[in-house]
Every structure is written in structure tokens, then in C-alpha cells.
Design a protein around this ligand. Structure first.
Ligand code: LER
Ligand code: MN
Length: 286
């Protein structure tokens, strides 16, 4: 562990904005602050496009912290057997780490170990080993900047590497780095896990980051995720770390991410109302 994590609540940028233009960044950061969150989770899908000075100024203006997430794509997939694609993946992940460090963030999370999306078949031993090696390189690079990496376990349609928390822990055993943690998301757990407690209780202090999402990714409490059991399990392990509300609607779109995640429906159109109610929902349970 590189540092002790504080318990904090954040909102995913896509709740407010689909881009990180000056207007988009202001919308997301001011919205998260207005709703009462401690941090904004920025989607660093293209870290070269992020204006660091502007982002720092906005974070200061609204007294907010930032963490970052991203998913790789076919051209940056570190599970690839093509070394030039792996090199592109390393380059993207290292750039995202640089940007995060420059804006004072401590946690890099998401599907950083493979391409986010449906694979045509199971991962080979080679695919898996290439991903593990990339995560070791990334963890070491991030450790120098006092940053933790958190590998997000996602459902079978978005990765063929780790679909359950227990698979994630086995994978992390092989990565074997003190600043590499498990990242669980209730939306994905609701699809793949036996129940909402098992992986949390097994992970204990190796759980480093949490996404709270409903079964349809809309308003919390209006779908079928068993949040009571999940938060009870978090309490049992005395979870300390970031808890991000993550939600997607056709109202706010990043062309690449939203299409990859199949965000076709309009589940909400009032970001402020959605975000405020979500924070209240989470705090009532934790
Ligand atoms: C992917 O489905 C997900 O949950 C997001 O956190 C993507 O980074
Ligand atoms: Mn997530």
C-alpha cells in the first residue's frame, strides 16, 4: 500500500458531461461540487486532450479532488500478442498517470488491463500474461507518483480477463504489487457474482475502489441491485477508499464510451437531481 485511502464519495464525469472541453469540465466539476461530492472521476480516455491548468483551476475553484478512470481499446489493448499494440497501451496508461499526478489525483481505475468491450473468445494464457506484465509496469510507474492502480472487474461483455471479484483477486496475486487494488462495480457484480457480499468480504483491504451503479445504470434504488447487502459488506470490511456514483443516459454522451457501454436509453435528463439523490442514497447506507 502506498498510502492510506480516505473514505470519499465522488461522481463520474459522464453524469454531467460527455467531454472535457472547458465548458464540459466546468459542467462536471461544478455539478459534482453542487451535489456535495468530494471528488470528480474524470474519464481519461484521451489524456492528451486534457487541459491540466484549466482542470487544476476548476478543482481549486470548486474545492474538489479528482481521480481518473479509463478503458483501453483494440489499438491499445495490453492483452494483445502484437508488441506495437502493447506499447501503445503502455503509452496511454503512462500518459493518463502523468495527467492524474499533475492534477493531484491518487487513484487510477477502470478497465486498464484490457480493451473495454466484447471479445470474440476466451483469453489465452499469453493474453493474460501480457496484461499482468503491463499492470506490473504500470503499478511501478504509478508508485513513483504515489498513485494506486485499481483494476475494475466488469461483466463478460466488456472483458474476457476478470469477470468476478475472486478472479480479480487471483489476477492481482499475479500482478503482485502493493499499489495494485481490486475495483468492484455493483452494476457488473449484479450480472456476474453469486451475491453482493462474497467478493467484498474476500477482498478485505485489497478492495481499493468502488463504483456504485444500478442494474440499468440509472437512478439508484429503481433497479434490482441489492445495495443493502453490498454496503453491509463494505461496512464489515471497514472499507476506506473512493466510492463513485456511476450512471449513464443517452442525455449525456461520450461517443466512444457510451457506444462501447451500449448506452441507448434515456434513463435521466436532470444530472443535478440524479447526483444529489445518489449521494443521499449511498450515505444512508454507509
Ligand atoms: C464499464 O462498464 C464501467 O463500469 C466503467 O467504469 C468504465 O470505465
Ligand atoms: Mn464502473
Amino acid at each position: 500500500m502506498t498510502s492510506t485511502k480516505p473514505l470519499e464519495f465522488g461522481g463520474h464525469a459522464l453524469v454531467w458531461s460527455g467531454d472535457w472541453t472547458p465548458e464540459g469540465a466546468r459542467k462536471a466539476i461544478s455539478g459534482a461540487a453542487r451535489a456535495g461530492y468530494d471528488y470528480i472521476e474524470i474519464a481519461l480516455l484521451d489524456p492528451w486532450k486534457v487541459d491540466i491548468d484549466l482542470t487544476k483551476d476548476l478543482l481549486q475553484e470548486f474545492n474538489l479532488r479528482a481521480h481518473a478512470s479509463l478503458g483501453l481499446s483494440a489499438s491499445t489493448d495490453v492483452t494483445s500478442t502484437d508488441s506495437s499494440i502493447i506499447a501503445k497501451g503502455d503509452e496511454l496508461l503512462h500518459k493518463a498517470t502523468d495527467v492524474l499526478a499533475a492534477i493531484g489525483g491518487k487513484e487510477l481505475c477502470g478497465v486498464i488491463y484490457c480493451a473495454l468491450g466484447k471479445y470474440p473468445g476466451p483469453a489465452s494464457k499469453k493474453n493474460r500474461n501480457n496484461s499482468i506484465a503491463a499492470m506490473q509496469r504500470l503499478a511501478d510507474y504509478a508508485a513513483d507518483k504515489d498513485i494506486n492502480i485499481n483494476l475494475e472487474v466488469v461483466n463478460r461483455y466488456e472483458t474476457n480477463i476478470i469477470n468476478t471479484g475472486l478472479e480479480g483477486l487471483d489476477f492481482l496475486d499475479e500482478v503482485n504489487r502493493p499499489n495494485a487494488y481490486l475495483h468492484l462495480d455493483t452494476y457488473h457484480m449484479n450480472i456476474e457474482e453469486d451475491n453482493m457480499e462474497k467478493s467484498v468480504l474476500e477482498a478485505k483491504d485489497r478492495l481499493g475502489y468502488v463504483h456504485i451503479g444500478e442494474s440499468h445504470r440509472g437512478y439508484l434504488g429503481t433497479g434490482n441491485v441489492d445495495f443493502d447487502s453490498f454496503f453491509k459488506a463494505l461496512k464489515r470490511i471497514s472499507f476506506q477508499g473512493p466510492i463513485t456514483f456511476e450512471s449513464f443516459s443517452s442525455e449525456v454522451v461520450d461517443k466512444n464510451l457510451s457506444n462501447t457501454l451500449c448506452v441507448w436509453r434515456n434513463l435521466w435528463d436532470d444530472s443535478d437531481d440524479l447526483a444529489k439523490k445518489a449521494l443521499q442514497f449511498m450515505k444512508q447506507r454507509y
